[in-house]
Design a protein around this ligand. Structure first.
Ligand code: SF4
Ligand code: SF4
Length: 434
């Protein structure tokens, strides 16, 4: 869904209505949602109000356009933007200026006029993930002018291309002076030239506590070959996969930049986690970064490597199968209360569904975010479950490992429903699993 964020703090209602009406009259054919921000929390600035409008749309929209309230939007433009906005590509539409609006849309006439070469912030769209990557509008800027130039600079720094749209007659209706002047514009460009002290979008929404668990998938290697392994599709997809230390550093950096609180747990799943080639150093970095208490899933066979992990691990969760009874006992003997044993029947095969294709509402017992190969996925069983159902990994709901990854995943969670019906984590399907 595409979101349209309109900052309208202190703007006359008839101007907001005019903009809103043009959207309604455009008969937009793609799913969209509009948010008009009429109040600004904290000190008012146009940047802060725009960010707050974006924040209101974040949970629902995977693409967001910031629209100047003084604009009239022609039919087709939002659809054109929706088609062209993608990770790494923003859309910016140039405006035509008109002195006043008499209630009649003259799109053909307006299209024939020259676009105004400035005003890059009148209609700028990015994926939600890219908005989070650039950190939103720069809230250090509190006067009028050059916010859009600074945003363009941030896009450039993050290698986000900008598609300049000139052939749609987006119209800006002239208005009384609201404080823009060349001196402010110059000062604001100087302010924006220095890196922003924080990300203005990430870490500002209340985070779901139950969801606040981080899963890492450090290795595809495993000594077992359990026919009912829920992670088999991912292990087979890239059997040599190993999470790198650079990924660990990027994860730590993303969490810090996002100001996320510590996770309830940081869980190393997999694959057999003790076979991870960066076991000691990776865990050391995670523990030092204090991302949260570390739990490690294991089948217990590589007991000789567990000492490398033990100083950093709060709990070893050892899965008991029919074939590893001795290993489980040995683990218990060595690490005592640090060990929790779970029955391997938890590792059910993918359920087929009692009546075929029906979808059961998900009542997930495995919430969290999982990190695999420079991406973050919406839950602990993704991407394994979607892949087992035939979805290519790049089509699975996910975002890059980047600041704001939790917020970027919010609108993608609803796309998981089709997979939940085939997931052992769905409490509603569990009763009819064998
Ligand atoms: S031991 Fe665990 S990770 Fe390995 S194949 Fe069996 S269920 Fe999968
Ligand atoms: S696929 Fe659905 S039920 Fe399974 S862990 Fe993910 S969100 Fe939960």
């Amino acid at each position: 869904m595409i979101g349209i964020a309109i900052a309208a703090v202190g703007i006359k209602p008839e101007i907001v209505r005019r903009c809103y009406q043009s959207l309604a009259d455009a008969r937009i054919t793609v799913p969209y949602r509009v948010h008009v921000q009429t109040a600004c929390e904290g000190q008012f600035s146009r940047s802060a109000a725009r960010n707050q409008a974006i924040l209101a749309l974040l949970p629902y929209c995977d693409k967001i356009i910031c629209l100047d309230v003084d604009c009239l939007v022609p039919p087709g433009l939002v659809e054109h933007a929706a088609e062209n906005i993608r990770d790494g590509q923003a859309v910016w539409t140039l405006v035509r200026r008109i002195p006043a609006f008499d209630g009649r849309y003259r799109w053909d006439e307006w299209k024939a006029t020259n676009p105004w070469p400035w005003g890059t912030g009148a209609f700028v769209g990015m994926t939600t993930a890219d908005w989070l990557l650039v950190g939103g509008w720069d809230e250090r800027i509190t006067t009028w002018g050059s916010e859009d130039d600074v945003l363009a600079l941030r896009r450039k720094e993050h290698r986000i291309e900008t598609l300049k749209v000139t052939d749609w007659p987006l119209v800006h209706v002239d208005h009384e002076y609201r404080g823009r002047n060349l001196q402010h514009a110059k000062e604001n460009r100087q302010i924006g030239a220095a890196p922003p002290p924080r990300n203005y979008l990430a870490g500002r929404l209340p985070l779901a506590k139950a969801q606040h668990t981080l899963f890492l998938w450090p290795t595809a290697r495993c000594q077992g070959a359990c026919p009912r392994c829920s992670q088999r599709s991912l292990m087979q997809f890239a059997p040599d996969y190993e999470m790198t230390l650079e990924e660990i550093d990027a994860l730590i950096d993303a969490v810090r930049q996002s100001s996320y609180p510590a996770f309830q747990k940081v869980i190393l799943a997999g694959g057999e986690t003790l076979l991870w080639s960066h076991l000691a150093e990776g865990l050391r970095r995670l523990a030092e970064a204090k991302l949260g208490p570390i739990q490690l899933f294991t089948n217990g066979l590589a007991l000789d490597r567990a000492d490398l992990a033990a100083p950093y691990v709060r709990e070893f969760r050892v899965s008991a199968y029919t074939w590893n009874g001795q290993a489980v006992q040995a683990f218990r003997a060595r690490y005592g209360s640090k060990v929790r044993v779970v029955d391997s029947r938890k590792h059910w095969a993918l359920p087929m569904g009692p009546r075929g294709e029906e979808t059961l509402p998900a009542d997930c017992v495995g919430p969290g975010y999982s990190v695999y190969d420079w991406h973050v996925y919406t839950c602990c069983n993704s991407p394994a479950i979607p892949m087992a159902l035939g979805t290519p990994i790049h089509e699975t709901p996910r975002c890059r490992l980047q600041p704001g990854f939790i917020e970027a995943l919010l609108p993608l969670r609803q796309k998981m429903d089709r997979y939940c019906r085939a997931c052992i984590g769905n409490r509603k399907v569990q009763p009819w699993l064998g």
